[in-house]
Design a protein around this ligand. Sequence first.
Ligand SMILES: Cc1cc2nc3c(=O)[nH]c(=O)nc-3n(C[C@H](O)[C@H](O)[C@H](O)COP(=O)(O)OP(=O)(O)OC[C@H]3O[C@@H](n4cnc5c(N)ncnc54)[C@H](O)[C@@H]3O)c2cc1C
Length: 457
Amino acid sequence: MQWRSNAIVFMRRGIKTRRAVVIGGGLAGLAAAYRLDQGGWSVLVLEKEPRVGGRCRTERDGGFQFDTGVQFFRDSYDSVLKTAVSLGLGEEFRMPPWGKCIFGQGKAACFTPRSVNPLKLLPWRALGLKGVLDVPSTALPLLLKYRAYNIKLPQWWDRGDQVTAREFLSGRTTRAYRRTIAGPVALYAGGAELERVSAAAFMVALRTTFADRTVGFHSGVGALADALAEQVEVKTGIEAVELHRSGSAVTGVRARPRGGGRARSYHADVVVCALPAPMVCPVTGKLGRKAQSVIKSTEYSPGIVVNLGFSGEVKGEVGPVLLSAADGFYASWMCTQGSKAVEYAPSGGSVVTVLIAGEQASGLYARSDRELIEMALGEAGRVYGLEGLTRRRGRVDRHPLARPVASPGYSERVRELATAGSGIKNLLLAGDWTSSPTAEGAVASGFLAAEVAGLSA
Ligand SMILES: Cc1cc2nc3c(=O)[nH]c(=O)nc-3n(C[C@H](O)[C@H](O)[C@H](O)COP(=O)(O)OP(=O)(O)OC[C@H]3O[C@@H](n4cnc5c(N)ncnc54)[C@H](O)[C@@H]3O)c2cc1C
């Protein structure tokens, strides 16, 4: 799968003179490679794991499909969905008819995205005077007009990038609203608590939760990474360890097989580094001042995904269900396979995915797989009722760097990084942290890196 047929690669190389090496075979790296390949470059992707996809991978076990990181795309993800269509994955799309739910007072209250009037998203009854005065100038225009999913705030709402969602909502909303709606939404769509995400990121999270429909693929979200990898030359199990530099330019990448063996060097006219922020400098060495400072201030939120495979069908086709820590949940949300595709389980079976995010995940990180599976079973039982089902499979994936947190100052840092670049002309940075902390942000950042490479070559 990872190596294209030698003949095709040879034919392509025959007419390609510019060579790019991409470090990291997640969505960002693969998207960059795909675009560069289309633009006439000869491209090689180096991925340290045995499989591509990074945080967007689907694993198969006993007839079940488990998404190990990303769970859903949204129907507003332009780069992701257009790419999927251009790769022939149109038939793979699955837009579940069921709404999303918020669990409270012992039951899941469901809503259908877009059926909700945006005005209803605002906590009218909860608003204090200050909140009411702010609505026309901030919240309402954002909710009504915000269509871009990279966190590009309207110029006039810089303040939203400067304060936390907690600061913004305190005094403007009731504790009950923050506990039952705002908190779960921040964790579900933003990957972190109200104390950590900026008010601007929270507004985006509100909008994507209530207005966007979720999109899954029949064969799992990892189908996108796999399809991208089919288009380019990828070496898996190869870890980039350093860059070769000559003066102020990069000339290549040194990499070694993870399973042992000799390191070798790959020449490159351009290198795209598509790694999570904390992994960049150990490979690239020192970068420009701005890039170093953005990397240093990019915080990550951890996440744990527990996938459970059952024989027997979970009652009620709902999902995803947002959960509140205040109701005693460790998980921030869960879903059944119906909210993605029926193919997630063999006939007569079910998959339940339980996602623990933010602070709760840090507290549980050291727990064994067995304990986490038990915990997930308990929580899934409270939400779905699992009577009569037999568990067949359980899988735990821990992500210390699950998602970059769009904390105060995030949008400003992303803008500054886009202007300053890496500080080295032919070294481009990509990855969700350079754009927005989503699959869409990752793909868009890869496309942008490829475009800049074309301009700088
Ligand atoms: C639990 C979880 C749930 C999520 N849910 C959603 C969701 O529902 N919707 C959504 O839009 N987003 C979601 N996200 C976020 C989404 O997964 C990421 O934004 C996106 O996948 C990041 O892609 P990337 O290419 O930037 O980074 P990665 O996927 O991290 O890719 C980096 C790659 O580099 C490789 N690598 C690392 N070091 C080296 C090296 N030295 N040499 C070679 N290769 C190396 C890694 O193995 C990896 O494959 C979720 C993330 C997590 C963890």
